[in-house]
Design a protein around this ligand. Structure first.
Ligand SMILES: Nc1ncnc2c1ncn2[C@@H]1O[C@H](COP(=O)(O)OP(=O)(O)OP(=O)(O)O)[C@@H](O)[C@H]1O
Ligand SMILES: [Mg+2]
Length: 456
């Protein structure tokens, strides 16, 4: 490792001076600050391998520095120096993710030793990481993915899980954004604390704020009792802000304040409450676009997107389709206690050819349905929804078909897609219900059903 960079923070100048000299002698590059405020500012601009901070300082202390450091990416290791008799604080610091703690007065050789240990451990983790990278990992928790894109995402999740950086997860609907967020939580030190989700598009501005930050009794009409917000409920854990792109401007400003201060204020109250929550955000929209249009705050965007994870749509990683389908076949045969069922070759081909506008969610539903419908041990194309098999069917030589045959095929497919609802099918086909009825009759399909459906 070429000269690791250390930020040393202590408000006692003599201690800081002594230790920094020792560190420089030990071959480290050292910056010194004498207050928590200055140290946190410095952390925003510069990248350090480690921070050594005094626990007790006026105003912002060692724990504040630790929190700030863990939100940086890459995160520096943090060693906390505690006065004698503050073992509880040392324990808290370790829980919050400090790499080590030393009791004051700190002997310079003790500090260099602690740093060596920390860097050794980091080195091991990096090696493990590159080993994993070489082996390739086909699954992370419930996440399946053999494509290079998904493999990259698995690695990123594991690399950043143990920090507190905010992560912005982007992807079309059904690509697995929530599953990725859960994986980040499950692999973090917060795994035993709550993982909560809030859908930012489903709530109006005031409701969202009261949902996130809580409210005082009587803060607004209907606030009959005081209520804790999700930030308080998620204390120690992770909060996923789903569909962040739809968040209203007022709520965006309030959220930014919370992210910067680490404190929430319930609607209608003046006191603030400190919270320790890791924030993840997800969106299926182009946030950059929304930002250009002035609908999404730029400062919030950059605050959230410390680590961006972009999940490609399923059609751009076709190598994931079959492994995912097999995973779902297993899951649903177990769930419905069916005897072992396999994915047939023809059905697999249909799955591979389809474009999956609903991404993995659509694939999961298609397989679930097929497992339920399949009559023998092999899933056949007939067990899949028609929109999936249709492109394959369309390719079966329409050139050799008469116009009437193509028409019949088209009408029947549309009818099936509409779940047998003839009025809807007629509307979509651009013909009258009577015309449709006449054509169906000519195919030998009776009209009575239609009336029943009309009534239903
Ligand atoms: N890589 C994957 N491996 C296994 N299952 C997956 C994967 N990706 C998605 N799924 C499954 O697909 C479904 C949709 O995933 P999820 O809810 O995470 O999508 P999303 O991106 O949050 O969608 P939306 O934008 O609609 O909220 C879930 O049932 C999830 O378990
Ligand atoms: Mg989701």
């Amino acid at each position: 490792m070429p000269n690791p960079r250390i930020l040393l923070v202590d408000d006692e100048r003599s201690v800081a001076g002594l230790l920094s000299l020792a560190l420089k002698d030990g071959g480290y590059e050292v910056d010194v600050e004498y207050s928590g405020e200055r140290a946190i500012e410095r952390l925003l601009d510069e990248v350090y391998d480690a921070v050594v901070a005094d626990l007790r300082m006026e105003k912002l202390d060692g724990l504040d520095i630790l929190r700030a450091a863990r939100q940086r990416y890459p995160s520096p290791a943090v060693i906390i120096m505690t006065g004698h008799g503050s073992i509880d604080s040392a324990v808290e610091a370790m829980k919050l993710g400090a790499s080590d703690y030393l009791t004051k007065p700190v002997d310079p050789s003790e500090l260099t030793l602690a740093l060596e240990r920390v860097f050794e451990r980091r080195q091991l983790l990096t090696e493990l990481d590159s080993l994993r990278q070489r082996v390739g990992q086909l699954q992370l928790d419930n996440l399946i993915g053999v494509s290079p894109a998904m493999q990259g995402i698995f690695r990123t999740v594991q690399r950043i899980a143990r920090t507190d950086v905010t992560v912005l997860i982007m992807g079309e609907s059904g690509t697995g954004k929530e599953l990725v967020a859960r994986a980040v939580h499950n692999h973090s030190s917060r795994a035993n604390n709550p993982f909560l989700t809030v859908n930012c598009s489903a709530l109006t501005e005031t409701l969202l704020e009261s949902e996130l930050f809580g409210h005082a009794k009587g803060a607004f009409t209907g606030a009959v009792a005081a209520k804790k917000g999700l930030f308080e409920d998620a204390d120690g854990g992770t909060l996923l802000l789903d569909e962040i792109g739809d968040m209203e401007p007022g709520a965006q400003a309030a959220l930014l304040r919370v992210l910067e201060s680490g404190e929430v204020r319930r609607v209608g109250e003046t006191r603030t409450i400190a919270v320790d929550v890791r924030v993840l955000a997800s969106t299926n929209r182009e946030l950059e676009e929304a930002m250009k249009l002035g609908r999404f705050r730029e400062d919030l965007f950059y605050r959230l997107r410390v680590v961006p994870i972009s999940i490609p749509p399923l059609r751009e990683r076709t190598e994931d389709i079959i492994p995912l389908a097999q995973h779902f076949v297993t899951r649903y045969t177990e769930k419905f206690a069916r005897r072992s069922i396999k994915l047939g070759g023809e059905a697999s081909e249909a799955l591979l050819k389809y474009s999956w506008p609903g991404n993995v969610r659509e694939l999961e539903h298609a397989v679930e349905r097929a497992v339920l419908l399949s009559e023998d041990e092999v899933i056949q194309p007939e067990d899949l929804p028609t929109e999936i098999t249709r492109p394959a069917v369309a390719e079966t030589n329409t050139a050799a078909m008469t116009l009437a045959e193509i028409e019949k095929r088209h009408i029947l497919q549309r009818l099936e897609q509409c779940g047998g609802n003839r009025s809807e099918a007629a509307r979509q086909l651009g013909i009258s219900r009577n015309t449709l009825a006449r054509k169906l009759k000519s195919y030998g399909m009776e009209d009575e059903e239609a009336e029943e459906e009309e009534d239903a």
